[in-house]
Design a protein around this ligand. Structure first.
Ligand code: FAD
Length: 293
């Protein structure tokens, strides 16, 4: 049995691992996507120590610092005695840190799934380069949508930025850059209502009845927490986010949580890291208090 199983290999899980190593805990990090959603960030300009760094590069540095293999398996079930079942194996820990982050929110359009990977994407950094000199659209009004549109403007011929409200909620710095970019056309107060094409996406239809011929549609409308596994453990949730105290403890003794999956309002790399460190410290104290005396 391991001292600690960290579930999730994003900023929160990787930082928890870096700290667990310092506490000399016998631990595992299990995560389907090493680096987590942070690898989707085009340029990160708010992580101290780096004026600007690609998400993929920053997360590579985290993994190097962890210096331990991440178990790239999909966790399907966790039991009340902390048995963790993946698609390939089973593991058991004395404590758990849940750091499963969140998943991309969908528009819910008919054919959205059909065109996934055939024009529709939820990750500009991953798929943007496929649209060199093409016309694309981005849906959303937050930081991910605006930075995504800016990234695409460097690649594509033209970028439509479609937002259902009359103003963006993204940081002012990104709004300013968007306004100055001549390749980006902003369309406020509008929703995408249909996606059309034969085998690949060819056009989108807006609720204003306007039709836009685009090769790519990037949906950047936020995320929902991946807290399904927490329900098996009867962990208290608030709007699907895991409720934690200042020690990152959940209502279940021995289970801690960190990062975007928690009810902490700031969903950023720096806060995920801070919470991962605290969760690891709490897990260390729990293991020593309960098992090592
Ligand atoms: C496009 C974009 C740009 C961003 N830009 C910035 C930025 O500039 N600055 C900033 O601070 N933040 C930025 N963010 C936000 C930042 O990426 C997140 O706040 C951060 O990644 C949260 O870290 P996390 O560890 O909590 O979760 P995540 O990074 O989401 O990691 C979750 C981990 O859990 C794993 N996982 C989930 N479910 C399972 C399962 N069932 N089995 C196994 N593994 C599982 C995943 O594979 C992943 O490894 C951006 C996000 C996006 C999408």
């Amino acid at each position: 049995m391991k001292d600690l199983i960290i579930i999730g290999a994003g900023p929160a899980g990787l930082t928890a691992g870096i700290y667990a190593k310092r506490y000399n805990l016998d631990f595992l990090v299990i995560g389907q996507t090493p680096g987590g959603t942070a690898i989707e960030a085009w340029q990160i300009e708010n992580y101290p120590g780096f004026k600007s760094i690609a998400g993929l590069d920053l997360m590579q540095k985290f993994q190097e610092q962890l210096g331990q293999k991440i178990i790239q398996e999909n966790i399907e079930k966790i039991t009340k005695d902390f048995l963790v079942y993946t698609d390939k194996n089973q593991y058991q820990g004395k404590t758990l840190i849940l750091a499963m982050g969140s998943k991309n929110r969908k528009l819910g359009l008919e054919n959205e799934e059909k065109f996934l990977g055939r024009g529709i994407s939820y990750c500009v950094t991953c798929d943007g380069p496929l649209f060199k000199d093409k016309i694309v659209a981005v849906v959303g009004g937050g930081n991910a949508a605006l930075t995504g549109a800016l990234e695409l403007a460097d690649i594509a011929k033209k970028v439509y930025l479609i937002h259902r409200r009359d103003e963006f909620r993204a940081d002012p710095i990104w709004q300013e850059k968007i306004k100055q970019n001549k390749k980006i056309e902003i369309i406020f107060n509008t929703r995408v209502v249909q996606v059309k094409g034969d085998k690949i996406l060819e056009k989108i239809i807006l609720d204003s009845s306007r039709e836009l011929e685009v090769s790519g549609l990037f949906i950047e409308i936020g995320t929902t927490p991946s807290s399904g596994l927490a329900q098996d453990l009867a962990i208290t949730l608030e709007n699907d986010f895991i409720v934690v105290d200042k020690n990152q403890a959940t209502n279940i003794p021995g289970v801690f949580a960190a990062g975007d999956i928690t009810n902490n309002p700031l969903k950023q790399i720096i806060s995920a890291c801070g919470q991962g460190a605290v969760a690891s410290f709490s897990a260390f104290q729990y293991v020593y208090a309960k098992h090592k005396n």
